[in-house]
Design a protein around this ligand. Structure first.
Ligand code: KG4
Ligand code: ZN
Length: 344
């Protein structure tokens, strides 16, 4: 069924405080009626994880504990409201690192309980998709959504708020995870995505013919572990032969392989489902080459969130929470963290 996603704001204004602690960003945001973001505070822990080349779960949960109250205070200050103005509290309850999720979830539930207002648990991946509705008020449906982050690579068809279906997912590594791992192989910093993108600008994307798994298969699943292994082997062989490892060329060829795989699956889904638009979300959606090439290959409108809303943030969680609030989809205070939470 075709339609247009458009928010109606006819009800009384509601302020929602949302918390997001699923990985290594401690975030709090306050929205007014879902799409008006009054505060979007993100305390990044990247400096603590960088020297390990990836997120260390134990460090992440400890840092969330230290940062959660300061980010909530900062969000209230920025929004210029008090706890008593809030209509609901929301928090991500999965998927993610369990120790990290528990910090935001417990804080959110405790606040909702003490303020005697509804609590709303939110799926992180749904948050990444809804981040688009903050930046774009009207999105034609059905829309094909590609969510590509450090933990997820999912392709969905989205008919309406709350009405979507997963078409395919990664069978091994997530796209962002592979960017991070390849950066490590190339002795680049963490997180790898933005650095690989920068290096790729100065490289030749045809230098190495890396594998593109499932490219022509009749499914919407992804697989990136073969690509990762091919990059490892290439770097290893070059080093063994005493040859120069031209990081820019490897970065460009690797990035192009990821983009080719992602675009082909999106193209196929758009064609098969006669989609009216495409949404890119998650950290990898910040990649400008991916955006540019999707735009070039598809003749239908493409949407992606503003840069700050692409990577993990709580504004996107508050927006999902608003749609749930309107339908009175509240969560019990017994809601537990679910590290492997699926889209349902
Ligand atoms: O959505 P996000 O902030 O956190 C997760 O939910 O995982 O995504 C982070 C991931 C990291 O793996 C990072 O390397 C990747 O997104 N990323 C990028 C870019 N910016 C961030 N990957 C490719 N190109 C980028 N410009
Ligand atoms: Zn994310």
């Amino acid at each position: 069924m075709e339609g247009v996603l458009k928010l109606d704001n006819e009800n009384k204004s509601v302020y929602i405080l949302a918390l997001e602690t699923s990985c290594d960003e401690t975030a709090a945001a306050i929205s007014k009626d879902g799409l008006s973001i009054l505060a979007n505070v993100v305390a990044s822990q990247i400096d603590w994880h960088r020297k390990f080349g990836g997120v260390v779960p134990e460090i992440a949960s400890r840092k969330h504990l230290e940062l959660i109250n300061p980010v909530i205070d900062e969000a209230l200050r920025e929004a210029e409201i008090n706890f008593s103005d809030l209509g609901a509290v929301a928090a991500t309850y999965g998927p993610g690192l369990v120790g990290s999720l528990l910090v935001g979830l417990s804080a959110g539930k405790a606040l909702a309980y003490s303020l005697d207002i509804p609590f709303i648990g939110v799926n992180h991946i749904v948050g990444h998709i809804y981040a688009n509705f903050i930046s774009h008020n009207e999105v034609a449906t059905p829309v094909i959504c590609l969510t590509v982050s450090g933990g997820h690579t999912d392709l969905l068809i989205f008919h309406d708020y709350g009405d979507y279906e997963i078409l395919g997912s990664t069978r091994d590594d997530a796209a962002g995870e592979v960017f991070d791992k390849v950066a490590r192989i190339l002795e680049l910093d963490y997180p790898g995505g933005p650095i690989i993108e920068k290096k790729a600008e100065f490289g030749d994307r045809q230098s190495f013919d890396f594998p593109r798994a499932f490219l022509n298969d009749d499914n919407y699943d992804f697989s990136f572990s073969g690509l990762k292994t091919a990059v490892i082997n290439t770097v290893h062989n070059l080093k063994q032969q005493g040859k120069i490892v031209k990081v820019e060329d490897i970065a460009a060829s690797f990035q192009q392989a990821v983009i080719d795989i992602l675009i082909e699956k999106v193209r196929k889904a758009v064609e098969n489902y006669q989609a009216k638009s495409v949404i890119l979300s998650g950290g990898v959606a910040a990649n400008k080459s991916l955006r540019k090439q999707v735009r070039e290959k598809l003749s239908i409108p493409l949407f992606y969130p503003d840069l700050k809303l692409c990577t993990d943030n709580a504004a996107m969680i508050s927006t999902v929470a608003y749609y749930k609030y309107k339908k009175s989809y509240f969560s019990p205070l017994s809601l537990n963290a679910d590290p492997n939470l699926k889209l349902s």
